[in-house]
Ligand binder design. Structure first.
Ligand SMILES: Nc1ncnc2c1ncn2[C@@H]1O[C@H](COP(=O)(O)OP(=O)(O)O)[C@@H](O)[C@H]1O
Ligand SMILES: [Mg+2]
Length: 243
């Protein structure tokens, strides 16, 4: 079964078509990199895939069912981080995660839908153990990104939708995030992430999808792109982003 299937997604803002009939499928264990210049519609697409935003046209199926069926309980099977992550600034990472996981349990009428990973383990996975007692208001951008990822992981979702998760990360943290995403995929989850860091997308993703002028301007497997070398691969991506 496909984890995610989107067909003919159209979105219009203030009379302007931002997405003009976009298709996308994702299977288990797959990492898909989403590319596009600023304003191309990446965040809009991700919001539509979560069901948070309704498109004017097209359909989304998640785990074989229309997204609208089973909403919002279905959110408990997704790990979502879109736009700048928002936290309780005066609370620490541990307290923030406690609240998030409690909400996730509530999303399905109070019934726990999945085994919930312990908070200590989550903090360890994203490298925040040493800072777990610090109020999140004092965190750097990179630390906030890592906490956002921890928030997505606790309930073992089938699908991760991550909007620019590399933003603000230092090179060490970028490497750790790459390992985390690959290991989530190895455990069977599907991972969709957007990024502007081409080299990193090519190192992390199995496939890439470029959005330009509201349409998919390129779909390619990463090994195929890299078969002509790193530089050619990056040039191909940039050309596709230009539309
Ligand atoms: N809620 C909204 N109302 C009006 N315009 C929007 C809204 N959300 C996004 N847009 C516009 O849609 C386009 C795509 O935005 P976005 O999906 O955020 O792009 P990206 O994430 O690729 O940078 C931009 O021109 C943006 O200004
Ligand atoms: Mg965006």
């Amino acid at each position: 079964m496909k984890v995610l299937e989107a067909d003919g997604i159209v979105q219009v803002f203030e009379g302007r078509e931002v997405l003009s009939g976009l298709d996308l499928t994702m299977g288990q264990g797959e990492v898909l990199g989403l590319l596009g210049v600023n304003g191309a519609g990446k965040s809009t697409l991700l919001k539509i895939l979560t069901g948070m935003q309704r498109p004017v046209g097209g359909r989304v199926r998640f785990l074989g069912k229309p997204l609208s069926e089973g909403y919002p309980g279905i959110l408990a099977r997704m790990g979502v981080s879109i736009n700048v992550p928002v936290f309780y600034e005066s609370l620490n990472a541990r307290e923030n995660l406690e609240i998030d996981l409690a909400y996730l349990a509530l999303a399905d009428g109070g019934r726990r839908v999945a085994e919930i990973t312990g908070i200590s383990q989550l903090l360890e996975k994203v490298g925040l153990t040493a800072d777990s007692a610090t109020p999140v208001g004092r965190y750097s951008t990179g630390m906030r990104q890592r906490l956002a990822l921890a928030r997505c992981m606790g309930h073992h979702p089938d699908l991760y939708l991550l909007d620019e998760p590399l933003n603000g990360l230092d090179p060490v943290a970028i490497g750790q995030l790459r390992d985390s995403l690959r290991s989530l995929a190895a455990q069977g989850s599907a991972v969709l992430f957007s990024s502007h860091i081409l080299s990193e997308v090519l190192r992390t993703a199995d496939r890439v999808m470029v959005v330009a002028d509201g349409r998919v301007s390129l779909r390619a497997s990463v090994p195929e792109l890299l078969s002509k070398g790193q530089e050619t691969a990056e040039r191909t991506l940039i050309k596709a982003m230009e539309g």
